[in-house]
Design a binder for this molecule. Structure first.
Ligand code: FES
Length: 121
């Protein structure tokens, strides 16, 4: 899949590196000249990526490196105060995120690989 005009795709990982509701993969993205932490997970067969930054206080969410799902595997959870987010949208579902969601990143999976789709120069 060729990247659309003005968009770049950056390889993040092999698709089979992400198990359904399993550990996420941490990576970094350059935004406005700043390197920011991010993560990608697989939920209901699809890959979803977000900045690794809670909407309550801008800290990283994983309770152990790469562990973003709560014990049920149905929600993304912030390790600091327990805010819950929808894995497929990043929407705040409960807790101290107070209705403010995660910052979603555009990712695509094809040919057995997962790519970050970034704005091109
Ligand atoms: S910092 Fe995430 S819930 Fe408070």
């Amino acid at each position: 899949m060729a990247a659309a005009a003005g968009l770049n795709q950056r390889l993040i990982c092999a698709g089979d590196a992400l198990q359904e509701k399993g550990p996420g993969l941490r990576f970094t993205v350059e935004r406005h000249g700043v390197s920011e932490p991010a993560f990608v997970v697989r939920f209901r067969g699809q890959v979803h990526a977000y900045l690794n930054r809670c909407a309550h206080v801008p800290v990283q969410m994983d309770w152990q490196q790469g562990e973003f799902f709560d014990h049920s595997g149905l929600y993304l959870i912030c390790a600091t105060h327990g805010a819950l987010y929808a894995p497929e949208s990043g929407r705040c579902l409960g807790g101290r995120c107070n209705g403010k969601g995660l910052f979603a990143l555009t990712v695509a999976e094809h040919d057995g690989q997962v790519f970050l789709i970034e704005e091109g120069d």
